[in-house]
Design a binder for this molecule. Structure first.
Ligand SMILES: [Zn+2]
Length: 156
């Protein structure tokens, strides 16, 4: 007999973490960012979440960890362990497709290896105004076509 896929603890924890925003870009959850590396449940039912730090030295890292711990506790997993996964290092390439869509809708150009496209009009005729935008993890650009300034999530 095939029944519906059971709602696993892993899936429940993932949904819980999807509610934890990135402090720098609140439209993105930690799941969208791609920093949740694993969600495991051991034989005793204790949840372990592997988190990667984002940009090295980014002050948001400690805050993210605290917010994840709070979300897990509120979700009923007060004994959950959070482990730091340093290798391989997180890069912006790990931002999910859903995360990139949200960034664009928020007016932030998602990370790209090539020319940075304007999130307003799509023009590739863009210029760096400042290597540091509203936070150290973003650069400030201006579109030469529609003249709108915008943040670009820097590719690390
Ligand atoms: Zn533009």
């Amino acid at each position: 007999m095939v029944s519906a896929v059971p709602d696993t603890i892993e899936a429940q924890v993932r949904r819980c973490l999807e509610q934890v925003p990135d402090p720098e870009i609140p439209v993105l959850s930690v799941v969208d960012l791609g920093i949740v590396r694993h969600i495991d449940v051991d034989a005793a039912g204790v949840v372990e979440v592997g988190l990667s730090p984002t940009y090295s030295g980014c002050p948001a890292t400690a805050l993210i960890r605290a917010q994840v711990a709070t979300a897990l506790r509120d979700g009923g997993w007060g004994d959950a362990r959070i482990v730091e996964v340093l290798s391989p290092a997180w890069t912006t390439n790990w931002i999910t497709a859903e995360g990139r869509r949200k960034l664009l809708a928020y007016g932030i150009a998602p990370p790209s290896a090539g020319p940075v496209a304007c999130p307003q009009c799509g023009s590739l005729d863009t210029r760096v105004l400042s290597e540091f935008g509203s936070t150290p993890c973003k650069a400030l650009f201006r579109c030469a076509h529609c003249l709108e300034p915008f943040d670009h999530f820097k590719c690390l």
